[in-house]
Design a protein around this ligand. Structure first.
Ligand SMILES: Nc1ncnc2c1ncn2[C@@H]1O[C@H](COP(=O)(O)OP(=O)(O)OP(=O)(O)O)[C@@H](O)[C@H]1O
Ligand SMILES: [Mg+2]
Length: 324
């Protein structure tokens, strides 16, 4: 378990920034994933790009491989709890999924009072707000502390370049983003998945503090979970013992997720405005180490880094899915 530092450093120059696999279908670029779409199928290639404050701030070695494999692990693990889009994983960095009509809402679940961005629940609480996204919060909670119970705090799904906005159930319905029936069914799925994710993370010595689900409608109109699930990009994972200590000492828990990169950027005075400062290799390596540790703790298995030149490998493994 764990990864060789030299290997990580060498991989800094070989990280996957962008793909161009036009033969796989219509290309759509997300902040982290390059998708190739044809008819009912979508190929999601997870690059090494890292986005903070909705801006791509650089790449993290092996991140795409870790995320793709972590999502596949969780999709399989939770398949009985909720249907999901995963069909197969033909490459360490790519998944073939069912293409869906995405719901314009992200289902964020939070079990702890934390966060550093302007829209996070801790930022709101610290400035005195006691209602967050329609939920009443008690006085006297400490930073990072567990909330009285997990809360669904949805956001809009902003188009590229925009920022997601926290919206209550009532606002979502009044804006007509989704119907009441769809919202409530999706909310119930998010609650069930989060309970399962937290229970399992706990058994691995981790706290799944919060996470975000995306959902879509399949051609039959059924709600299915899409994008990624319980990855260190879409979630906050804390080392359990460090959380207990942090609460006691008023410090921060050890975060095995994107928070490390966010905090580094904030220390440089960057919060998403203008061009980001370049991530130094030691910061990229430390971020990679944390992503890998989250993966290994969750799956209980060693991460097997694939160091074959990634573009060539993707082209070969995805050839059976070419459409033109
Ligand atoms: N099965 C699916 N059907 C349709 N769209 C999907 C499916 N799975 C994922 N997507 C969409 O593909 C895109 C994946 O790109 P990416 O993960 O880079 O997302 P993003 O929205 O740009 O960034 P972020 O996840 O940080 O908000 C997202 O817009 C997601 O909604
Ligand atoms: Mg995404």
């Amino acid at each position: 378990m764990g990864i060789d530092e030299g290997l990580l450093l060498a991989q800094c120059d070989r990280s996957l920034l962008r793909t161009d696999l036009a033969r796989l279908g219509r290309r759509e670029e997300g902040k982290v994933r390059d998708a190739y779409v044809s008819d009912s199928r979508r190929i999601l290639v997870v690059t090494d790009r890292v986005s903070c404050f909705d801006v791509v701030v650089g790449t993290i070695p092996f991140k795409g491989q870790v995320l793709n494999q972590a999502a596949a692990f969780w999709f399989e693990k939770t398949a009985a709890v909720a249907k999901n889009h995963l069909e197969c994983v033909p490459d360490p960095n790519a998944s073939v999924v069912r293409n869906c009509k995405t719901l314009p809402v992200e289902f964020v679940m939070r079990a702890h009072l934390t966060g550093v961005t302007s829209t996070s629940i801790w930022t709101a609480y610290a400035r005195g707000d006691r209602v967050y996204c329609g939920h009443r919060l008690p006085d006297g909670l400490r930073r990072h502390e567990a909330l009285p119970g997990p809360l669904l705090t949805p956001t809009t799904k902003a188009p590229k370049g925009g920022h997601d906005e926290v919206v209550s159930r009532a606002e979502i319905l009044s804006r007509g983003l989704v119907t009441e029936a769809v919202f409530d069914r999706a909310a119930a799925i998010a609650q069930r998945l989060f309970a399962e994710g937290r229970r399992f993370a706990e058994s691995r010595g981790l706290v799944l503090a919060d996470t975000k689900y995306e959902m879509g409608l399949d051609p039959a109109g059924e709600i299915i979970v899409i994008d990624e699930i319980h990855t260190p990009d879409s979630s906050r994972y804390w080392v359990r013992e460090s959380y207990e200590r942090a609460l006691h000492e008023g410090t921060d828990p050890i975060a095995l997720d994107k928070e490390y990169v966010r905090r580094w950027l904030v220390e440089q005075g960057y919060r998403g405005e203008g061009p980001p400062p370049p991530l130094p290799d030691p910061v990229r390596c430390e971020a990679a180490r944390r992503y890998i540790e989250a993966y290994e703790r969750v799956t209980g298995e060693a991460f097997v880094p694939d160091t074959e030149p990634v573009e060539e490998r993707l082209a070969r493994n995805l050839r059976p899915f070419e459409v033109e």
